[in-house]
Every structure is written in structure tokens, then in C-alpha cells.
Design a protein around this ligand. Structure first.
Ligand SMILES: NC(=O)c1ccc[n+]([C@@H]2O[C@H](COP(=O)([O-])OP(=O)(O)OC[C@H]3O[C@@H](n4cnc5c(N)ncnc54)[C@H](OP(=O)(O)O)[C@@H]3O)[C@@H](O)[C@H]2O)c1
Length: 391
């Protein structure tokens, strides 16, 4: 019996995750097809992807970029742009599943549009659940769609939980590589450059998530993501630094048993699981040799040297829109660091100040989220501008 083809729309197809999604489509032997593609500004790569995967619709950030794209692709491809364009890709009638892999809070509205349209969503964009977890999960339940994690840690937990009920879980153990500066003290962290921060020891990722990984904010965002995805309170989420990035996360059950998911550090594995779930896809990728991979070690995170993780727990405790504020302040601070406007150690300081000043208001609708996000960005920019000379 031939198996059905799944048609997918990809938001953020030109990014690190987006390119890995394309690899999985190539490896799927026709089981996956591309219905639509959305990118930000990289029209050169997007037009290559359009020629290879033949979507019926594609989106870019602006009208000018759309015009530029139209000249290089077949005329029967519908090229759209901006927020409405992204929403159109997210709700394409002939897409069975939407991959949410834009970076940052920009991913929130198209992801909500996909859920609203009744699509299953393979979620890489962790900022969606960080900024608006309660709203997103309410809509997921209302629409009866599946939210399938792509983040390797959440995919690991999702895999460990298959066949178990929530009430059988004691806690979730999120593993963290510890990033490139795991063993550095505060005085050594002072002069970290963007080039050093984006060079992750185990994973190849986009610039923003690489910096987040180095500050441990990535783990903080993942704690918040896990809280919503698995409906578990923060006090039952533990973070363990595991420098080898082989155990991708674990679940401890009520009888004390711990189930873990292990494998090579290659995002194509969790991506393929999210795209093919509940099946698994045969992947022609290097596999883990358990006899030669060396010792697996676990240690507690150094919360004092890396305060971003504690700030994420604090934002969860504050509730409401506090995680939205945390996320927005982090995005602005990381961008300023990448542009060499602020030093590395200002990232947690700015986030802490913004969180302290704005706190968390009620999150009853999307407007509450957008307002908190805008306010936090404004406050973060003011703090950055008041720092004076470039770093
Ligand atoms: N990379 C990983 O291994 C990894 C692992 C787990 C989770 N994630 C999460 O997955 C998401 C994507 O990460 P990534 O590493 O793939 O990022 P990335 O390499 O920076 O790619 C980001 C993608 O989003 C698009 N984009 C950026 N800003 C946009 C905007 N304002 N509007 C519309 N599109 C925009 C980019 O388009 P252009 O390049 O065309 O401008 C690109 O396609 C993030 O939320 C990250 O936390 C990533």
C-alpha cells in the first residue's frame, strides 16, 4: 500500500531550521511535499528553493522583495509579502502541516494563523510559546490541532512521553550543553565578542539562538516552552548541563524511572519526527556509536554566572505577560550585542532591568501580548541608548 503524501508550508524556509526541513523533504522519498514557503529577506535562497520544491505560494518581508523575487521564479507561483502574506502561507488550504521556524516574536502571528486555520504545527519558533504560551495553548485545544515540537529537547521529552499520561510524570529534565562559555567566570565573560558567542561547540544554528545558548537564555526560553507544551509547573522542570549534547532530555516518572532520548546532535532528527509523527522516517545520517561516544556527564547550571536562566524562571513565576517582556527585552539586547552596541554582560542586565520595570500584566488576548512586547522593546532600546559609547 502506498503511503499518503503530507503537504507542508514552511515559515522561515531560508534559516538554519528551514534548510534542514528542506533536507528532510528531499530525504522523504515523496512522502513530504512543499505547499508554500516564507522567508524574510533572503530572496536568492528562496528563489532556489521555489525552483526546486515548486510551491504554489511564497512570501517575503516587503513589497520590494516580492517584486525582486517575482522576476526570478516561474510566473504561476503566487508571491505575497508582509504580515498578510505570512498569514496566507500559514493558512494555505492545501497544506496539512505548517512548520513554524521564523526567528523571534515575528513567528507568533503566523503561527497563531496556522492554528486558527486548523493546521497541525511543527514548532521550532520557541518565542511563540514564550511570548504567548497561555493564548497559544488555549487555541490549540479549541481547534483540536497537534503542536509538534522541533526543538531537540522538547522533541526528546515528547518522544519519552509517548504512551504515558500526564499524571504519571514526576518531572522533566531539560539538558543544556552549557554553551561555549560553560567554564568561564564573570571576569572572562566581560570581553566576549559576537564572533565567539555565535560559535556553538555542538550545534550549528542561527546567530540569535547561538547567543541565547551561550547566555543560557535559550534554556530559559525552553523552560517556558516546556511549561506550556507539556502543561507542567516550573518547579517540576529541572535543568541539567550535559556538555556532550547526546542525551537530548529526560522524563522522570512517578516510580522514579527516568526515560531519556539519545542521539547525534543533528536537528534533522527531531525535525523528521515532527514532520512524520506518529511514524518515524528512515534517515541516512550518521548514528550514535554508544561504545565510542565517551562518558556522559551532568552538572547543575551555574546560575550566578549565567543569570538569564534564573530570569526566565522569575518571569514564569511573575506570570501574565512577564515572559513576553523577558523575550522582547532579550531579542533587543541580543541584536544590540550582535551589532556591537553593548557588551556581552549587558544582555542579562538589560533584560533584568526591563523585567523589573515593566513586570507582567494580564494576558487575556493578543493585544495584551503585543502591547507588552512593544513596551519592553521600547524600554530595552532606551536602556541601550543610555549606555553611551559602542562596546
Ligand atoms: N537552529 C536551531 O538549531 C534551532 C533549534 C531549536 C529551535 N530553534 C528555533 O527555531 C527558530 C529559527 O531558528 P534558526 O536558527 O533557524 O534562525 P535563522 O537561521 O536566523 O533563520 C530565521 C528564519 O526566519 C526568517 N526571518 C527572520 N526575521 C524575520 C521576520 N522579521 N519576518 C519574517 N521572517 C523572518 C529568516 O529569513 P531570511 O534569512 O530570509 O531573512 C529565516 O528564514 C528560532 O525561534 C530558534 O529559537 C532553532
Amino acid at each position: 500500500m502506498t503511503k499518503a503524501t503530507k503537504r507542508i508550508a514552511v515559515l522561515g524556509s531560508t534559516g538554519s531550521i528551514g534548510k534542514s526541513v528542506m533536507d528532510i523533504v528531499r530525504m522523504s522519498r515523496g512522502r513530504l511535499e512543499i505547499a508554500g514557503l516564507a522567508a524574510g529577506r533572503n530572496t536568492a535562497l528562496l528563489s532556489e528553493q521555489i525552483r526546486e520544491f515548486k510551491p504554489s505560494m511564497a512570501a517575503v518581508m516587503t513589497e520590494e522583495l516580492a517584486q525582486d523575487l517575482r522576476s526570478g521564479v516561474p510566473s504561476d507561483v503566487n508571491i505575497v509579502y508582509g504580515k498578510e502574506g505570512y498569514k496566507a502561507i500559514a493558512s494555505m488550504p492545501d497544506a496539512d502541516l505548517v512548520v513554524s521556524s521564523m526567528v523571534g516574536a515575528a513567528g507568533l502571528i503566523p503561527t497563531l494563523a496556522a492554528i486558527e486555520a486548523g493546521k497541525d504545527v511543527a514548532l521550532a519558533n520557541k518565542e511563540t510559546l514564550v511570548a504567548a504560551g497561555a493564548l497559544v495553548m488555549d487555541l490549540v485545544r479549541e481547534k483540536g490541532v497537534n503542536l509538534l515540537p522541533i526543538d531537540s529537547e522538547h522533541s526528546a521529552i515528547f518522544q519519552c512521553l509517548q504512551g504515558y499520561r500526564d499524571c504519571q510524570v514526576n518531572k522533566i529534565i531539560l539538558t543544556a550543553s552549557g554553551g561555549p562559555f560553560r567554564q568561564k567566570d564573570s571576569s572572562q565573560l566581560r570581553d566576549i565578542t559576537p564572533e565567539q558567542a555565535v560559535a556553538h561547540p555542538n550545534w550549528s544554528m542561527g546567530a540569535k539562538i547561538s547567543v541565547d545558548s551561550s547566555t543560557l537564555m535559550n534554556k530559559g526560553l525552553e523552560v517556558i516552552e516546556a511549561r506550556w507544551l507539556f502543561s507542567i509547573p516550573p518547579e517540576r522542570i529541572q535543568v541539567a548541563v550535559h556538555p556532550q549534547s547526546i542525551v537530548h532530555s529526560m522524563v522522570e516518572f512517578v516510580d522514579g524511572s527516568i526515560i531519556a532520548q539519545l542521539g547525534m546532535a543533528d536537528m534533522r532528527v527531531p525535525i523528521s519526527y515532527a514532520l512524520m509523527w506518529p511514524e518515524r522516517m528512515k534517515l541516512d545520517l550518521p548514528t550514535l556509536d554508544i561504545l565510542t561516544c565517551g562518558p556522559l556527564t551532568f552538572e547543575p547550571p551555574r546560575m550566578e554566572e549565567f543569570p538569564c536562566l534564573g530570569l526566565a524562571f522569575k518571569a514564569l513565576e511573575m506570570g501574565g505577560t512577564a515572559p513576553t517582556v523577558l523575550n522582547a527585552a532579550n531579542e533587543v539586547a541580543v541584536e544590540a550585542f550582535l551589532q556591537k552596541k553593548i557588551p556581552y554582560l549587558s544582555i542579562p542586565r538589560i533584560i533584568s532591568d526591563v523585567l523589573h520595570d515593566i513586570g507582567g500584566g494580564a494576558m487575556e488576548n493578543l493585544d495584551d501580548v503585543l502591547r507588552a512586547d512593544a513596551l519592553a522593546r521600547l524600554k530595552a532600546h532606551v536602556l541601550i541608548d543610555s549606555q553611551g559609547e559602542p562596546a
